[in-house]
Design a protein around this ligand. Structure first.
Ligand code: AMP
Length: 616
């Protein structure tokens, strides 16, 4: 709670400097930082040793939850209930991560849809947002313990390559943790703020973390940080270095990769050993250990050979970023290193060779992003007037036009905040409604890009095709979040939406839950989970009923009865408040009806081939 004081001389109300913290919500570790005596510092644990909070959560059988270092210890002993690398799942649908699930030791729910992934622990289901909120709450507590006061405002960093869904998900996680997220800042931009150069010039920030890689080129002049270009890879980081060591060791042991699937405990043990080997090799020439009675070894030279293709991939991104920035590589004055994986000597040497200069690595690469976030927080608190961030959007934003083509409205590398628009018209006489589907990506066909959402401009007055003038405006705010406005200029008809991710939970629902969360965080999380479960149940009930009607002739009486009974039961359970029971029944219904749906599809295809018309 903020305290206000009244100045008795003139009756004015004084508000003490508000505390806004900077948070680096990382794949592997998370940190919280703030400004102390004019300087950014990371908040350390109670022993004053580490500023890192491992981004790991453990759910015990007795319902208790551990976050951070204590949860890390459970990775080996209790892998199926220990969640790591949640950031890789933020804002992602199951289809997005389908090829990567073997990497996680815990269960990711495969409902084969475009809805947001969920993680299952025993009989409970969690979204990546809920899980990230737990990490954020731990950070909030850490800083509150240090300051002995409540903290409710934050700046949170995300990889520059995070799309709209992922940014929204991060913002939502902040809200669930009881934090008002004042700004989402790109990690490389935050790192540049922490570097704080004494002279103007162009710098590159090379940020290689646990799961993601980002490169940004910025121009700094008179306190203005202008991002010229950004590039990266959302599936490339230190975890991949660990992975190549694991694969080498498995091959040394004569084991198949499937042995990791079969034995989760062994999988975690070898993963932790591989990470240890990698870190040791940052300062030593060889590493060896004994796992399950067998000797595992790797030399720095072997490690370098194995990761070389991965490091080269980062350099290809750097080359693109330099090209996009429209500068000569020689113009870059400093290369700032961020992210724990830049401690790997081959990374440092390769980056330094690529840019033709020694890299700047004197700020702790684990802390540099959080320190920058704290500086940005301080700017927002009004304490630093001489710094201005001009960020850019890393991916193009546009709409679908005839033939499934992507029509770019805001090209990638445009400054944010920004606003752009274009005029369209109708293609059919008397067309009343116009669907506006918004996409993000660089490909020409929208099917290869990511759909952010769609909405309909309704009740356009009847006019011949080509006559209506429909103005579509894209408004991108400083967080990189998009609002789209469509207006028919002849009639003045207007509609506007903030593009929310497909898992969509409305701002009002979120506000209601936030109210609760301040009083009772646990209930708040449950409320959100329940809402989502009910939405999902409702969709399944509707599609299940439609399925029964459409395929009546090919289902046996028993199949019809069972499906109807399961739908009725789902409806009843969804009216209750047990979200896990709802998910369980959704799973059961899906499981039962999937073979029926396959059969229905076969029959439909069969009759289509016979030349019959298929009834809708
Ligand atoms: P971040 O996401 O920035 O916290 O980076 C974490 C990544 O840095 C993880 O993959 C760590 O294994 C890796 N890392 C941390 N310390 C070292 C080190 N000394 N040598 C190599 N990699 C490291």
């Amino acid at each position: 709670m903020a305290t206000y004081s009244i100045n008795l001389k003139d009756g004015s109300i004084e508000r003490p400097g508000e505390i806004i913290v900077g948070i680096d919500l990382g794949t592997t570790n998370s940190l919280v930082a703030l400004i102390k005596d004019g300087k950014p510092v990371c908040v350390r644990d109670q022993d004053g040793r580490s500023s890192l909070v491992p981004s790991i959560i453990h759910f015990a059988e007795d319902q208790s939850v551990l976050v951070g270092g204590a949860a890390r210890e459970k990775l080996v002993t209790d892998p199926s209930r220990t969640i790591f690398s949640v950031k890789r799942l933020m804002g992602k649908s199951y289809l997005d991560v389908a090829g990567h699930t073997q990497f996680f030791g815990y269960k990711i729910i495969d409902d084969d849809t475009e809805s947001l992934v969920k993680i299952r622990v025993d009989d409970k289901f969690y979204t990546p947002i809920e899980l990230s909120a737990l990490i954020l709450r731990e950070l909030k507590q850490r800083v509150e313990n240090e300051l002995n006061t409540t903290v409710s405002k934050a700046v949170i960093t995300v990889p520059a390559y995070f799309n709209d869904n992922q940014r929204q998900a991060t913002r939502d996680a902040g809200k669930l943790a009881g934090l008002d997220v004042l700004r989402i800042v790109n990690e490389p931009t935050a790192a540049a703020l922490a570097y704080n150069p004494s002279e103007a010039g162009t710098i590159a920030v090379y940020d290689l973390g646990g799961g993601t890689f980002d490169i940004s080129i910025l121009q700094i002049q008179d306190g203005i940080y202008e991002v010229l270009s950004t590039n990266g890879d959302t599936f490339l980081g230190g975890d991949d270095f660990d992975q190549v060591i694991i694969l080498k060791w498995l091959s040394d042991l004569g084991l198949q990769q499937s042995s990791l699937e079969e034995n989760k405990e062994f999988s975690q043990q070898i993963r932790l050993e591989a990470e240890k080997a990698k870190k040791t090799l940052s300062g030593a020439d060889t590493y060896s250990c004994v796992l399950n009675g067998q000797l595992l070894q790797i030399s720095r030279q072997q490690f370098d050979e194995l990761i070389k293709p991965l490091v080269n991939r980062t350099l290809a991104c750097c080359a693109n970023a330099v090209k996009d920035a429209g500068i000569d590589i020689k113009d870059i004055k400093t290369v700032v290193m961020a992210g724990g994986s830049t401690r790997v000597p081959l990374v440092k040497h390769s980056v330094s060779a690529f840019f033709g200069q020694p890299v700047f690595d004197s700020i702790d690469p684990d802390e540099v992003v959080a320190l920058g976030a704290a500086i940005q927080a301080d700017v927002l608190a009004g304490n630093q007037q001489d710094v201005l961030l001009l960020d850019i959007t890393p991916l193009s934003l546009g709409i679908e036009t005839v033939g499934g083509l992507m029509d770019v409205i805001i090209p990638r590398n445009s400054k944010v905040p920004s606003k752009a628009g274009r005029q369209y018209t109708t293609s059919v006489d008397g067309q009343k409604n116009l669907k506006i589907a918004v996409y993000q990506g660089e490909r020409d066909l929208v099917e290869h890009n990511r759909k952010l959402g769609e909405f309909i401009l309704r009740d356009i007055p009847a006019m011949p095709a080509g006559l209506p003038k429909i103005d579509i405006q894209f408004i991108l705010n400083a967080d990189g979040i998009l609002t789209v406005r469509a207006r028919e200029l002849r009639s003045g008809l207007e509609t506007q939406v903030e593009i929310r991710p497909t898992y969509g939970i409305t701002e009002e629902q979120m506000a209601l839950m936030l109210l609760d969360s301040i009083q009772n965080a646990q209930t708040d999380m449950a409320a959100r989970g329940l809402l989502e479960a009910r939405n999902e149940a409702q969709n399944l009930i509707l599609s299940g009923e439609k399925f029964l009607k459409q395929h009546d002739s090919i289902l046996s009486q028993e199949e019809k009865d069972t499906t109807s009974a399961m739908i009725a039961s789902l409806r009843q359970i969804a009216a209750g408040t047990d979200k896990d029971a709802i998910h369980k029944q959704i799973e059961a219904l899906n499981e039962y009806t999937t073979p029926l749906a396959h059969r229905a599809m076969d029959v439909t295809i069969g009759s289509a081939m016979k030349g019959q018309r298929i009834a809708e």
